[in-house]
Design a protein around this ligand. Structure first.
Ligand code: AP5
Ligand code: MG
Length: 218
């Protein structure tokens, strides 16, 4: 399956993507995680992205689209993928359409995670992320690690993302409404959007997502 995950910052895209990718045997591709890996490795791409991410703005399309396409070209994504955080504006959505067309493939669905803004703020404020792998995500109240400050998955140190400060989160939410929400309409016109509520326990949201994707394919 080829799926795009959409939702505001803190909706639980990364959390759900980990389970959905496992259930569907497809790679989880998060452009945010790719940028963070580049930043921690000190690459040129990471250096270009850092200031935009710290401000909560989008990294320019010239950098982002190439990085996403390079990742999609890798062997593990040939049979399917779960995109988390890409596309993030209509220009990126058009670029992805072009990529799919060139490769004679198409998307199976766009899963839209709905969460009220108050819950988004609560989730981000309590989020702790693993330094080794930003796909390993915890929450101080609703998803506690077994040992404080230590990642259950790999033993890495948990920290608070530098773009999780209150001011940056406010900007990320604004950017989401302005730049990213329009892609939902773009994909509605292609009949691809499945919207679910992302409220409730993590495993219930995963079940809801799996049911919605199955219904959509039936
Ligand atoms: P990115 O890393 O994609 O951040 P985001 O979209 O802001 O989303 P988050 O990762 O903050 O939230 P999430 O939905 O993954 O939630 P999570 O699962 O962690 O992007 C970061 C930056 O990179 C962007 O601002 C931009 O600068 C740049 N960038 C990335 N892609 C780009 C692109 N395509 N173009 C340009 N720039 C780009 O969950 C949040 C918390 O809630 C966690 O603590 C979790 O444990 C908890 N939680 C999850 N589910 C539940 C639940 N059901 N109940 C209770 N708690 C829950
Ligand atoms: Mg994420």
């Amino acid at each position: 399956m080829r799926i795009v995950l959409v939702g505001p910052p803190g909706a639980g895209k990364g959390t759900q993507a980990a389970y959905l990718a496992k259930n569907l045997s497809i790679p989880h591709i998060s452009t945010g995680d790719l940028f963070r890996a580049n930043i921690s490795q000190g690459t040129d791409l990471g250096k270009q992205a850092k200031a935009y991410m710290d401000a909560g703005d989008l990294v320019p399309d010239e950098v982002t689209i190439g990085m996403a396409e390079d990742r999609l070209d890798q062997a593990d994504a040939v049979e399917g993928f779960l995109l988390d955080g890409f596309p993030r504006n209509v220009n990126q959505a058009r670029a992805l359409d072009g990529y799919l067309e060139r490769n004679a493939i198409r998307l199976d669905g766009v899963l839209d995670l709905e969460v009220p803004e108050s819950e988004v703020v609560r989730r981000i404020a309590g989020r702790r992320t693993c330094r080794n792998n930003s796909a390993h995500t915890f929450h101080v109240e609703s998803r506690k690690p077994k040992t404080d400050g230590v990642c259950d998955e790999c033993g890495g140190e948990l920290y608070q993302r530098s773009d999780d400060s209150e001011q940056t989160v406010r900007n990320r939410i604004e950017v989401y409404h302005r730049e990213t929400e329009p892609i939902i309409e773009f994909y509605k016109q292609q009949g691809l959007v499945v919207t679910i509520s992302a409220l409730g326990p993590v495993h219930e949201v995963t079940q809801r997502a799996m049911d919605a994707l199955r219904r959509d394919q039936a």
